[in-house]
Design a protein. Structure first.
Length: 272
């Protein structure tokens, strides 16, 4: 079973009451912990995320990170609008704020290990921005996804928009950004905003079962796959020195030797 979202032991990095990190074996969970506001994301939370991801990246015991929201209503309802007049009141402060948001999302996207967003309920605005920066998104029938800058007179950042376009295509991205309309779970799955859609009462188990599965695979292969896919999405079409090295150097790893040996011995592999 996954670690309780309320657990506060074995935390790492910069953690506040609003952003909690806990571990269950090789799986770390980052909990957006503001259920009274539907987990609206504050500037302090955005600021903390890159440092948290750096800590998790450097921890060899962590193989997968799951992002989730506290409570029963939302993954995250968006950025905390109640602090906008103070932290985003003009172009100068808004620039600094936007840089913090971009850095948080980039830290998730560039994290070298697999990341999964477990989405129950609202995944709106800045919440969608965080979820789209993860590798995979698992949701339930209560999932509602929307990106709402047109309702607030804002402009969605280029990197955030690029992630949306990569998933749903340019026309549907324009529809979402221009309208701000909510997309229900079934349509979110069809469009690629969700990778799996399961009943609410099985979402937690399915998400953590899949995360646990990833921890049993050859980690060199898992992380290389993430690198390869991200480079293709960014426009790379032929090998460079890094991708060729990843492809060729796997033959020198203990994972490769164990995988071949396990296949020949007709047993499950036991990767280190």
């Amino acid at each position: 079973m996954p670690a309780s979202p309320e657990a506060d032991d074995d935390r790492c990095g910069l953690v506040t009451d609003d952003l909690v990190v806990n571990r269950d074996g090789a799986i770390a969970t980052v909990l957006l912990n503001r259920p009274a506001t539907h987990n609206a994301i504050t500037l302090a939370m955005y600021t903390a995320l890159p440092m948290i991801m750096t800590d998790l990246a450097s921890d060899p015991s962590v193989r997968v990170v799951v992002f989730r929201g506290a409570g029963t209503k939302a993954f995250a309802s968006g950025a905390d609008i109640s602090e906008f007049e103070r932290v985003r009141g003009d172009a100068v402060s808004a620039r600094a704020y936007n840089e913090k948001v971009a850095a948080a999302e980039r830290a998730i996207e560039e994290f070298p290990k697999p990341t999964i967003a477990m989405i129950h309920g609202y995944c709106i605005g800045g919440g969608a921005g965080l979820a789209l920066a993860t590798d995979l998104r698992f949701g339930d029938e209560h999932t509602e996804v929307a990106i709402t800058p047109a309702k607030l007179g804002l402009v969605y950042g280029l990197e955030s928009t690029r992630r949306l376009v990569d998933l749903v295509g340019p026309a549907r991205a324009k529809w979402m950004l221009m309208s701000g309309e909510q997309i229900h779970a079934e349509d979110a799955l069809r469009l690629g905003l969700l990778d799996e859609l399961v009943p609410a009462d099985t979402l937690e188990d399915r998400t953590y079962d899949f995360a646990r599965l990833l921890t049993t695979r050859a980690q060199f292969s898992v992380r290389a796959a993430k690198t390869m896919v991200n480079r293709i999405v960014d426009g790379q079409r032929t090998d460079d020195e890094l991708t060729a090295h990843l492809r060729d150097s796997c033959f020198d790893t203990a994972d490769y030797r164990e995988g071949v040996r396990a296949f020949l011995e007709k047993r499950p592999p036991r990767f280190g």
